[in-house]
Every structure is written in C-alpha cells, then in structure tokens.
Design a protein around this ligand. Structure first.
Ligand SMILES: *Cc1c(COP(=O)(O)O)cnc(C)c1O
Length: 446
C-alpha cells in the first residue's frame, strides 16, 4: 500500500488548508498520483470522480491535453517577467480577449496572483477612486449576509461566514451587512424573485441612508458559493446596479467562483444584464491550472488614477507574480476551448441531466431543498423537512457523506450540511447520474 507511506511523510511536514489537522488521525488523507479528465487517481490506484472541480477551479478536466500544450510551449519561451515597466504577449492577448467577452464598458485589466488578492485590489481601487475624486469619506463596504470573498484580513472583513471570520473579528475593518436575497430563506409559497425584491428594500434603505460614506457594495452574483451554495434571482442584481448608480456607490462583482460558465452564462452578471464597476475573476480563469486573478474595471475609474506622478494618485499595488505568462497561456488555452467546443451550449445539456437525476431527491425526507444554477447543483440535508430544521453542525453529517462518497469513488466535499455538485465541464451524463446515486446513498446511510 503506497498511500500510507506518502500520508506519513505528508503529515510529518505539512499543514493543510481549511483543516483541523487532528481529524487526520481518523480521516484518510488522500495522496493523488495523477489526474486525467474528471478522474483523480491515488497512490493505491483507486480512482475518484472530481465532483467539485478541485475547489471549483477546474473546467476542462485534469491534465487537459490542449492546456498542457499551451503551458509547455510558453515554458520554452518565457516563464515569468516583472510586469511593472515590462510587458509580454500572453498578458496583452488575454486582456484583449477578456475585455471582449465580459460585459460592456470594462476596459482595463489589473492582475493579482490569487482570488483573495484580486478582491483586495478591487476594494483598494474603489476606496482610492473616491479619494482621488475628493470624496475620502467614502470608506465603507456593504456586503451580503452569508457572503464569502476570501481569507485575507481585508476579504474576511467583507465576508459573512462566521466559521471563518469570527475568530479574527477583532482584527477586521467593519463592514455593513445587508440581509440575504437567497431564495432558500423565502417564505413558503414566495418565489425566488419575490423574495429578492423584498430583501432588496433593506439594501436600498441602507444605500439611501449611508451612501455618502459607502465606497462599494460587493456581491457574489447569483450564487453565494462558500456560504452554502445559496442562490438568488438576478432581479436583485438589476435593482442593485440601479441603486448603486443612484447613490454614487461602486458595485464589485466577485465572479471568482461563478464566472466562466458556471451559472449557465459565461458570466453571471449577464443574466441581470448589468456591468459592475469591478469584475473580479479567478479560479476557472486558468482552467484550474495556475493561480491568477484579474480585476476588470471601466475607463472612468482608470482615468481617476491617471495623472502626473507627483499628484500621488497612482495605484501603487503589486504582487510578485502579477500577470504570470504561464498562467496567461493556460487562460488563453481555456478561452480557446470555450470558443472551439460550444461549451456554454453543451453545459445546458449537462445541467439538464443534473436536474433530472436529482428530481426524485426533492421529495426525500432529509433533503430540505434541491437548488440549481447552471453547472452548480446543491442539496441541503435537513433533520426536519417540514420545519426546514437543519442537523446540528456538531454531528458533521456532511463529513460522513464525504467519507461515504470517497469509498464509492467520488470526491464530494459538502459545505456543512449542503452537498453539491460543481463538476468539470467534461463530465458525462452517465458520470453525473453515478454521482447523484452516490450522494443519495450517502445521505441514506448516515
Ligand atoms: C474562492 C473565492 C475567493 C478567494 O479566492 P482564493 O484564490 O481562494 O483566495 C473569493 N471570492 C469567491 C467568491 C470565491 O469563491
């Protein structure tokens, strides 16, 4: 057994992300030897379907031949170069193509080297814009209940997932939290749209009252992923765009997780027909190959920083690996696949398979809600379906489903009591049905 040897070596030198390391006294750590398509293979030769795209980053499978070829080719010419004062073809091409495919009026790309760093860029730029415009009192950020924007101190401050945030609360700037628009909280009989409209009233009131001190509202368009795959109707974004314009507040769209076809359209904002002031992309940007984020913004914002050096209006923010050429080539190869393979259309069929396969689960006594937005499908386990009462978190029911699924050859990684599928787009209908069967059996056995 190869696994156990590797595990021993790992646990003596590594500290893993988002993990209580003591859990590994009983939970198997899984060392992966290779990946191919939706499959991951461990050192004992056991294979797992990657149902969560390795933390939502992978779009076209592991070791994708086309992305491999692009990265390999780039490796022979230029692995990296400083992006201050210097430039290179892949980063220019990528920026041109992103500006072409994102909502209108986004004209400039600023790069960072991971998602959280990208959000920090958007927050700083928004605040700094108002300062450059002579409005330094606009310092506050509005966020939504249950939102998640990353783990650095700035991004935790604009997040609202207690599990990650509470411990560090004394270190964080204060943000304003507006109530959730997510339809899972709607009254019985109330539609997602009605609920989003009703909840928007609080947001509108907040912006009206405190707009003068608010720099920006930050949202995850349509799906609040880390907060439990909570979904809301696009009308909320349409109304929010109008209100932000009315009260002179920026709108930051964090599409780190929902961008690149996840919600059924290339970008989630398209479904509300809006252009945010800042569009933040990462994760699927490089097809799941290399860490990179980009913040797209408008010419209006770009121009507010454009002046003589001595005015000190410049955005003097940087990361060492800004615009890394290897990551850019992986991203360009990813965009090529979108263009060549009719991905958005094909995803519509896969999403339909996900919907059909999970329909019987809607009546399951321990599933409170099955919700779906494009290539994201979530099932919320409940103790009492009528009362919509969840299981106590201490029971770690999701973890039990996780362990069950591993035995059956699937990597599901529930968020608390929410089991979800967010697979690579190269998954087959048969594999989707297999995952649903495993999830259901997992729920039934615990
Ligand atoms: C993952 C995620 C981030 C943070 O990205 P990292 O690369 O993990 O720092 C930010 N916002 C959203 C919505 C995310 O899902």
């Amino acid at each position: 057994m190869q696994n156990s040897k590797i595990i021993q070596r790992d646990l003596s030198v590594l500290w893993h992300p988002c993990t209580q390391m003591k859990d590994h006294e009983t939970l198997p750590l899984i060392p992966i030897r290779r990946g191919e398509g939706v499959w991951l293979e461990d050192f004992d030769g056991k294979r797992y379907i990657d149902a969560i795209s390795s933390w939502w980053v992978n779009l076209f499978g592991h070791a994708n031949p086309r992305i491999n070829a692009a990265v390999r080719d780039q490796l022979e010419t230029l692995e990296h170069v400083i992006l201050a004062g210097f430039s290179h073809e892949p980063v220019i091409q990528l920026s041109e193509r992103l500006i072409n495919i994102t909502p209108p009026d986004l004209t400039h790309c600023f790069y960072a080297d991971n998602g959280s760093a990208g959000i920090e860029v958007a927050l700083k730029m928004s605040f700094h814009y108002w300062r450059n415009q002579g409005l330094p009192q606009k310092t506050k950020f509005v966020t939504l209940q249950d939102s998640y924007h990353g783990e650095t101190l700035g991004t935790l401050a604009v997040g609202d997932v207690a599990l990650y945030k509470e411990t560090y609360a004394p270190l964080l700037m204060q943000s304003l939290v507006a109530p959730s628009p997510a339809g899972c909280y709607a009254d019985p009989g109330e539609t997602y749209e009605d609920y989003a409209r009703r909840q928007f009233e609080s947001m509108a009131a907040l912006l009206e009252k405190q707009g003068d001190e608010i720099a920006a509202v930050i949202v995850e368009p349509l799906v609040q992923c880390a907060g439990g795959m909570r979904m809301y109707h696009p009308i909320y974004l349409t109304l929010l765009r109008q209100a932000c314009d009315q009260y002179n507040v920026h709108l930051i769209a964090d599409e780190m997780a929902v961008g690149f076809g996840r919600t059924g359209t290339m970008f989630a904002c398209e479904q509300a027909n809006i252009t945010p002031d800042f569009l933040c992309l990462s994760k699927g940007l490089t097809g799941g190959y290399l860490p990179m984020a980009v913040v797209l913004t408008s010419n209006k914002i770009y121009q507010a920083f454009y002046d003589d050096y001595t005015t000190l209006k410049a955005f003097l923010h940087s990361h060492s690996y800004t615009g890394n050429p290897l990551a850019c080539r992986a991203a360009l190869a990813t965009l090529d696949i979108f263009e060549q393979d009719n991905v958005i259309e094909n995803n519509r069929k896969l999403a339909h398979v996900m919907d059909e396969a999970t329909r019987p689960l809607q009546d399951h006594p321990h599933i409170g809600e099955v919700r779906q937005q494009g290539m994201i499908l979530a099932m919320e386990m409940v103790k009492d379906k009528k009362k919509r009462q969840g299981y106590p978190w201490q029971e770690r029911r999701g973890l039990q489903v996780y362990q069950y699924a591993l035995k059956k050859g699937a990597l599901l990684r529930p968020l608390g009591n929410v089991i979800y599928l967010m697979p690579p787009y190269v998954i087959t209908p048969e594999q989707i049905r297999q995952l649903v069967e495993i999830a259901q059996a997992g729920i039934d056995t615990i």
